[in-house]
Design a protein around this ligand. Sequence first.
Ligand code: PMP
Length: 406
Amino acid sequence: ASSPDWSRLRADFPVLSREVHGKPLVYLDSANTSQKPQQVIAAMDDFYREHNANVSRAVHALGSEATEAYEGARRRLAAFVNVPADELILTSGTTFGINLVAYSWALPRLKTGDVILLTRMEHHANIVPWQLVCERTGASLRVVELAPDGSLDMDDLRAKLTGEVKLLAFTHVSNVLGTVNPVAEICRLARKQGVVTLVDGSQALPHRAVDIPLLGCDFYAFTGHKMLGPTGTGGLWARRQHLREMPPFLGGGEMIREVRFEGTTFNDPPHKFEAGTPNIAGVVGLGAAADYLSAIGMAEVEARERALLAVATQRLSAIEGLRILGTAPGKAAVISFLVDGAHAHDLATLLDLEGIAVRSGHHCAHPLMAHFGVPATCRASLAFYNTEAEVEKLALGIEKVRKLLL
Ligand code: PMP
């Protein structure tokens, strides 16, 4: 097959043709949230214009069209990660998915003396829910540290996977360092010790082919808005055994079979975990996003982003006083950097005046910032729709801003 026409694909993203402060937008904040192609926007628009109704309730035509659109999107999303559709809970995003596991799986099981193992590179969404569980159960947190290049210290992981560990929760791809963790290997080590695994797939799905069964984890959470889908969408895959054993997280409509004041029987998974009217149009948009990525092919996306990352790494490394945090081999196209003598926020603010959108701050990863001894970094995160010319603009922008700030 011939390689994709990247400039034609870029033209699918309406916002990428706008200007900011009189300059063409250079959007380098896709790890924060990705831009959306017209196909995703059109799918949601079409849903509201032509099919809008609630799901799983009404027998009228629109009711069944809406249900089919919603369940069809679930099937396409499930196929995208190679799992059965009835094992995929639709959520509002990764944060919701992790909290669901915290409240429905961990809270009833963990007790004093139990340990939840995390890593130094986790997003707050994969830290705070576990702290809340620890407060209520008496369990405690333990943290796997990093090697200097920002990869996980696998010896430290092995040493800390002891008998008290009940859950290992870790990210597939770091949103700050770009590190891609060896998920299958990590899950194999955990399984040998009988430890349940949760993987935060937020930054993996947009950039790598993810075949969940090959990873061997117990739970896999992801968010739709980083993979070209709308905000307020996402998924949580869980092993069937867990889905059967876990009590519901939230109660309400859709998740029940029969409600009587004496007691309620619940719907089958995944519906048991989807109380209330869901984000139907959003899920339809997310289904369209999965289709869009599938049509390009995730291997093509990965190759494209690797090429852009190589150019960006080489070009930025050549800038005097610039330091990149996270250099693990095979990393995803995220570049966190610091420039000697320049505050990350000042850098990002001045880059914005050049039309260049990068994120500055702690990236919801305070413990990781502490590890590097910095309060904040600047982060340029790439997607397949970025170009080499944009990478060059970033480099020129940093050089210009550096002169202003020094
Ligand atoms: N985990 C990681 C690694 C992330 O990058 C993010 C989003 N920045 C999240 C979790 C949280 O995702 P959401 O806010 O969509 O729930």
